[in-house]
Structures are given as structure tokens and as C-alpha cells.
Design a protein around this ligand. Sequence first.
Ligand SMILES: Cc1cc2nc3c(=O)[nH]c(=O)nc-3n(C[C@H](O)[C@H](O)[C@H](O)COP(=O)(O)OP(=O)(O)OC[C@H]3O[C@@H](n4cnc5c(N)ncnc54)[C@H](O)[C@@H]3O)c2cc1C
Length: 407
Amino acid sequence: MIDFELPPQVKQARDMVHMVAENMMRPIAREYDEREHEKPWDFLNAMWEASKATNPVSFGGGAKKDPGAPSVRNLQTVVSIEELSWGDAGLYLSIPNPGLGGAAVAAAGTPEQRERFLARFRSGPPKWGAMAITEPHCGSDTAAITTTAVRDGDHWVLNGTKIFVTSGKMAAQESDGFVVVWATVDKSAGRAGIKAFVVERGTPGMTVVKVEDKMGIRASDTAMIVFENCRIPLDNILGSPEVQRSTEGFKGAMATFDATRPAVAASAIGIGRAALDFVRAELEKQGIKIRYGVSRNKLTAIERDFMDMEAALQAARLLTWRAAWLMDQGRHNNLEASMAKAKAGLAVTQVTQKAVELLGPLGYSRKYLLEKWMRDAKINDIFEGTQQINLLVVARRILGYSSKELN
Ligand SMILES: Cc1cc2nc3c(=O)[nH]c(=O)nc-3n(C[C@H](O)[C@H](O)[C@H](O)COP(=O)(O)OP(=O)(O)OC[C@H]3O[C@@H](n4cnc5c(N)ncnc54)[C@H](O)[C@@H]3O)c2cc1C
């Protein structure tokens, strides 16, 4: 039987998170959009205390291995992220948590590594994790990574430059966090030579050289990090150091995205829903009520536009929930994660632009948050694989092509 009803505990969590979004995030959303690079410490500390109490693990970290045991952890995560992003996507991304780095540890680390790197998120002061893949000349084409990891006795030595690392400054410098760095141990092996390494905060040779000024999600820091003869312990590599002929090891690292793409999709939906709620409320003030159940040829253009926007978000939400649900079942969700991300990233950019268009000056004015949501939306079509890259993944999975055959 197909059941689209959210379980009671998920609904309860959603309602609680919505209260946080409405009462703690919305009131400071504009302020921290304008005060980029400053941190809303009261909010961050409150969120940290709350998350410690609920024993956080990373996206995908709760995926059940035992098909007999029920789990809703990833479903609950995406539902909660939608609410937080309805409150403010930039603030949501700045909340202390294991982040993408934690997701990589959960996806590719051993049980010992998971405990070693993730236990810190259960106690002490706020902490952040981050993941550094992108380089000045390589983003989508991860096989082109030039950062190197060379074995030297009991250490790996990392050299290279990483850009646009979300929460990079907080993870590398400002808290007892870590950065997961993708580097090649053998350039001639292409993808098979790429491995993920955990670099602890403050490791000599890891330097945050810049924090970006951005169009949207300005409450979230995005850093450039340079690694110069950065020495890390041998057992900070996630997965096997062996370079196999196949890309099996690389696939392990890529599994991180299966967990994080539904999270990005959920964030996109939250922003889109914020825009739709605002448009509905403003239209109602003008005496325009969306008439559901009326045949399409009798609807006004605004009503049709509004319903199309709602449908796009709803479709993205169902894909996202399915991708999360598959994770909860311990099943592969590579196709569904990319479908959700591609659909939600596109939907939110279109919905927020249309929302600004429908409201005209109200949408464009900085007096309201709608213009900000339009700016915040676009990132969902860029990070964690662009729109085009996620569509490529979908095509590969459906048609049965490898990344070599379809790129
Ligand atoms: C705010 C922000 C936060 C970020 N956070 C992180 C982070 O935490 N960690 C991290 O590692 N990176 C992060 N990134 C980087 C982000 O993941 C990359 O920007 C993204 O993967 C695209 O890479 P690129 O910018 O090099 O673009 P490119 O790969 O150069 O792509 C440029 C354009 O070409 C298209 N394209 C590329 N290849 C193909 C193809 N084969 N077929 C069709 N079209 C193609 C792309 O879709 C895109 O539209 C962040 C970026 C931003 C803006």
C-alpha cells in the first residue's frame, strides 16, 4: 500500500521546527542577509543546544542496514529542512552541524571513524563540518581534481586549493570541527585515484584565505582554503587507500551526494514555499483568492500561474520524500536523489522569479523578503551538482550508461 501520510513523530517535529523558523529565523533573516560574515550567535547557540539534545548524526547517517527495523530519520530530516529553509535558507545553512563533511564520513567512513569524527557533535561548544571538493579549475568534473595527497611515513601530505567551501571557515578555523578534502593519490588513475581525507580544525598547513561575498544565502559562510604541506594521520583517509582499477572507491565518496542532494532539494522547496505563502497572502489582501476546483479555462492567469507553481513544488517534494524514504529503507537512491535535486533546484528558481513577477514592486522591494528568496533560490541549482549534472546522472541511471559513456 502506498501511504503519503507523514508519520506522527515527523509531523510533530515539522510543527516544532516551523515554530523555530517563524519565531527565531524570520525576524533576523533580513538583518543577517545584510550583515554578511557576521554570526547570529544567539540563534546558533540555541540551535546547537537543541540539536545536541536530539543526538544529531549526519544526513544519511541513520540509514538503516536492517531491512526489518522501521526508520523515518531521513524523511524527518528533509521535512525539517524544508521548514528551516522556509524560515531562512542562509541561516539554516549556518547552523552548527556535521554538514557535508559529516555526510561524507557517514557515507564512506568506517564505524571507528564515524565515532571519532562525529561524536564531538553530541557535546561541548558549537561545531561545524565541511566538505571541500571544488577547485579553481574544477567543479562538476571531479575527475579533474588537482589537490594531491602523498603518503609520507605515518602521514598523508595534502597540497592544493579548494574554493567555495560551505561553512569552511567555521569548520577549519572557528570551532573544533573538520573539513573533508577530496584529493588524488594517483593522478594517472583518474576518478579511481580520488579519495576523501578528514583534516581536523587548526591542522598546520590548512589556511582559510578568503570568505566569499555572495548573491544569496549570505548568512552562510563560503570559504577558500589552501592546503600547503598539510600533514594528517594515515587513518584520516575515508575508505581504502588502495587505487583499484575500477571506480568502486570513488563511488563510495560519491554516495555522499545521495544523502545530501535530497537535503538540498528540501531546502529549495522551503524557499519556494515561503515565496508562495507570501504571494498568496498579498493576493488575498488585494481581494484575489485562488479558486481551487474551478475548471482551468475559467481561472484567471494569476490563478493558473499560482497553481502551476504549487504543482512544481509539490512534485519536487514528493521526489524528495521518496529519495529520503529509500535511504530510510537502506536502499539505493542515487537516481531519486538526483531527480529530486534537479526538479527542486529548477522549481525554486522559477517559482521565486515568478513570485517577484506576479507582485511587481512588492516583489522587488527590499522591504519584503521575496527579493531575498529569489536570490537565495539559485544556489540550489548550483551546489551539490548543478542542474545539468543531476540531469546527466538521471539520464545515465535510466539509460544504463556509465559516466564515461555519457558525459
Ligand atoms: C554558495 C556556494 C557554496 C558551495 N559549497 C560548496 C562546498 O561546500 N563544497 C564544495 O566542494 N563545493 C561547493 N560549491 C561549489 C559548487 O559545488 C560548484 O560551483 C558546482 O559543482 C559547479 O562547479 P563549477 O562552479 O566549477 O562549474 P563548472 O563545472 O565549470 O560548470 C559550469 C557550467 O557548465 C555546466 N556543465 C559542466 N559540465 C557539464 C556537462 N558535462 N554537461 C552539461 N553541462 C555541464 C554546469 O552545469 C554549469 O552550468 C559551492 C558553490 C557555491 C556558489
